[in-house]
Design a protein around this ligand. Structure first.
Ligand code: PLP
Length: 448
């Protein structure tokens, strides 16, 4: 064993002794490797052994412009010498003002007020609380319930889990949750016979309307992941679902919360996924990519009408939610550098070419006998592996992850759904290599 691989083993042993890793059954690390990252550069993560891995899932969907991006690094270094942090109650600062203004402008100032937090789940909690509190301030205190979609994922804190419908994450905490109403997902994979994705979407919207007819007087908000329900396994739907839901929310007097934590920031082809349905929700939750994958930052954008519902001389009618690091200047500065790259590099247009090249390079998988529902929205590409044996299906993701590492890829399927969600910087060669290696890993894993 080389000196380097001894180092790698040492880091792994030390980490497993002291670090409790997220979303992990720790015992699995008896067989699944733990990669100790020494540094990152562009789309690549490097370990202490001198091996490298193409970060094909943007490190849990956060990293938009590569690791150690020179422009984001420069902005952060500059910010570090000015102001690392200041509390946001009673104080304000340039990065948080500029970021709020720029984001509001991206909604045509329809959602002109930004409330900040650090992680995605907190943004979801804020949107839920704001919606409920707005209705209470408006004399409709009975509106205390929420509607979410089948297979929805909105985070792991207690409030966010209550609007999450992924049994693996939710059920252990069932007794702690005030669970939301779950309505049909518009997942296009449910199309029957000659149904189109738009037909499935309309069918799901009709199911939502039925629930609203029964309970709208008690419902504060409907929460959706626009266009792609990511964590349940990249379930994609037609934009018409969003326009139908917007119309229903207006008709029944219910808020629409768009959780764009995973699908925002250009991931689906437009900056906000909702743009593809030509609608604006009442709340947008953003996190993950907004700071370029550098620092924890989340925010909730909302309309002036909702903001005005809290504006009062009575303290208790205000929105008193807070987190210590709310609006952290470093995180906001990373976000500003990220937004600047979108404009300077014409990112959304160039991503269309990258997405097309990736789809073309993987086209042969679409007709593979063991592939189901090959699908794509923007820079998210996914397909389901047909694995009949339940035991093999249960271990598919871990086996795929391990095999992918051997091919210099970081890929982590969700169950038997393989997906790619790469950073927006891949060269043609990197795209072609990613496609070829993904196919090789798939052929290897599906055979065993
Ligand atoms: C749609 C969606 N909402 C909320 C979250 C929670 O974000 P965080 O992990 O930052 O709490 C996630 C995380 O994957 C997500 O995909």
């Amino acid at each position: 064993m080389s000196l380097e691989s001894n180092q790698q083993a040492d880091w792994m042993t030390r980490s497993l002794k002291s670090v409790w890793h997220p979303c992990t059954q720790m015992q699995h690390h008896e067989t699944v490797p733990l990669i100790a990252v020494s540094h990152g550069c562009g789309a690549w993560l490097h370990d202490h052994d001198g091996r490298r891995y193409l970060d094909a899932i943007s490190s849990w969907w956060v990293n938009l412009f590569g690791h150690a991006n020179p422009r984001i690094n420069a902005a952060l270094k500059d910010q570090l010498d000015r102001l690392e942090h200041a509390m946001l109650a009673g104080f304000t600062h340039e990065p948080v003002i500029a970021l709020s203004e720029q984001l509001a402008a991206r909604t045509g100032h329809t959602l002109g007020h930004c409330f900040y937090a650090s992680d995605g789940a907190s943004a979801v909690e804020i949107a839920l609380k704001m919606s409920f509190h707005f209705w209470r301030n408006s004399g409709q205190a009975d509106k205390q319930e929420f509607i979410c979609l089948s297979g929805s994922y909105h985070g792991e804190t207690i409030g966010a889990l209550a609007v999450t419908d992924v049994a693996l994450f939710r059920d252990a905490y069932g007794p702690l949750l005030q669970r939301a109403h779950v309505v049909a997902s518009p997942d296009a994979r449910q199309a029957q016979d000659s149904e189109s994705a738009a037909d499935v979407a309309r069918r799901a919207a009709a199911a939502l309307e039925k629930k609203l007819q029964e309970r709208a007087g008690r419902i504060a908000a409907v929460i959706v992941e626009p266009l792609v329900q990511c964590a349940t396994g990249m379930a994609m739907h037609d934009p018409v679902y969003l326009s139908e839901v917007r119309a229903l929310c207006d008709r029944y007097g219910v808020h629409l919360i768009a959780d764009e934590i995973a699908v925002g920031c250009g991931r689906t082809g437009t900056f906000f996924a909702c743009e593809q349905a030509k609608i604006w929700p009442d709340f947008i939750c953003l996190s993950k990519g907004i700071s370029g994958g550098y620092l924890p930052l989340s925010l909730v954008m909302t309309r002036d009408e909702i903001y005005q519902g809290f504006y009062d001389s009575d303290m208790k009618r205000g929105f008193l939610h807070s987190h210590s690091y709310t609006g952290n200047p470093l995180a906001c500065r990373a976000a500003l550098a990220t937004l600047a790259i979108f404009d300077e590099d014409d990112v959304l247009n160039r991503n269309r070419q990258r997405a097309q090249r990736l789809a073309d390079a993987l086209a042969s998988l679409a007709s593979h006998p063991k592939v189901r529902h090959f699908r794509q929205r923007g820079t998210i590409l996914a397909f389901d592996a047909a694995v009949d044996d339940p035991e093999k299906a249960a271990s598919f993701s871990r086996r795929f992850f391990t095999a992918a590492l051997q091919q210099e890829l970081l890929l982590r399927p969700i169950g038997t759904t393989v997906y790619l969600m790469p950073p927006y910087i891949l060269s043609d060669e990197e795209i072609d290599g990613l496609a070829a290696r993904t196919q090789a890993v798939f052929e290897q894993v599906i055979r065993h």
